[in-house]
Design a protein around this ligand. Sequence first.
Ligand SMILES: Cc1cc2nc3c(=O)[nH]c(=O)nc-3n(C[C@H](O)[C@H](O)[C@H](O)COP(=O)(O)OP(=O)(O)OC[C@H]3O[C@@H](n4cnc5c(N)ncnc54)[C@H](O)[C@@H]3O)c2cc1C
Length: 408
Amino acid sequence: MTLATQRRDLRTGRSLWMARPAPTLPERALRRDVEAEVVIVGAGISGAMVAEQLTEAGLDVVLVDRRGPMLGATPASTALLQAEIDVPLSRLARRLGADRARRIWRRSKLALDALRERVRRLGVRADLASRDSLYLEGDVLDAAGLRQEYEVRREAGFEVQLLEPREVKARWGIAGRAGLLGFDSLIADPRRLTAGLLQIACQRGARLYAPVAIEEVEAGPRRVLAHTAEGRTLRARHLIYATGYELPKGVPRLGHRVCSTWALATRPQPSRLWADECLIWEASDPYLYLRAGPKGEVICGGEDGAFGDEARRDALLEQKIATLQRKLARLMPWLDARADFAWCANFGASPTGTPSIGPIPGQPNCYALLGYGGNGITYAALAGQLLRSELCGRGDPDAELFSFTRKF
Ligand SMILES: Cc1cc2nc3c(=O)[nH]c(=O)nc-3n(C[C@H](O)[C@H](O)[C@H](O)COP(=O)(O)OP(=O)(O)OC[C@H]3O[C@@H](n4cnc5c(N)ncnc54)[C@H](O)[C@@H]3O)c2cc1C
């Protein structure tokens, strides 16, 4: 018997997504024991991506969430969906070797491209749109480091453009910074994306029970039993923890840690934002990143702190938002940088910026996804692909790169 997951106060404040309507879902109370082929614990973006994939493969899925769907970290997300991993390819290659680093970056790109195509094919209405992504020199990669990153990415087959400071200034009005321009990232409303995928899974027969807290799990070679706080039991062939930053117990961490982050959204700006409304992020630590919102707001975040303590995170909200406003105003002086929405949340980091996805060692038929960091949504899409292959018995050539048993 394993205790299920940690419990955290995941976020404070209000994100702009929470002020926008999202579709309602057919969630219901759990009044008796149930059986399914797969139980997914967690109905945020990760649970939604996995449920959508598994129901398409014909599996019988039950989803549970102790808060309710889309009430965890997902509505706090700023939702810049990028294939470019927070850890630059040149740095990752130094750490893991060029071959592994390239494979990880390529798979991230493949997962994002597949997500774009899937959302379009399924007709999910989530304000999904393509955006280029401008990566600015900073204290992690200076101009020379950016040039090297450009070369390494080109050698790996990525389309990317290196921009001198004068080109960045001429196109975006940002002074004194070289940049790398990547193509075909995405933006979305993370709540609507989650709701749309969950709706599709439910239309295919998935059952969504909430609020239901899984307290203990008994993993066995033939079946898994998940016990709820109210004394109900879910029986399944497989159990998947899609529990975000409330980490499942007994899962190898592989350097993953929960930390804190802050974000704001301005009012809709009265005048133009910036060229192409591309995603903008810095090769800095801590970094600043921004995107346009659905009505011409600026959504901006960063200033990450290497601690998960919620009281400390919340106490810093005012100070961190003031810093974000100041940095935003400095970067783009023509914007009104005042926050209309301000929020903070738990976040994740791993030494390589990569997620861990797959079977949990020592817990038969149980799987987890720790889809960390600034690519959490891309990694949720990747988890959908990998876990579908795993549960359908086909396997995936990249599974080992993200597994809990990897040796790097
Ligand atoms: C401020 C912020 C900005 C971000 N920006 C980006 C970005 O720009 N791009 C990007 O790709 N990613 C970004 N991320 C990361 C991304 O948003 C997250 O990785 C993602 O939302 C996590 O989704 P999830 O479904 O894994 O977790 P959650 O949304 O937290 O869902 C997990 C669910 O599991 C439930 N749960 C936990 N334990 C149990 C239990 N024992 N029983 C029942 N239910 C349980 C919880 O109630 C919760 O609802 C950002 C995150 C934050 C916080």
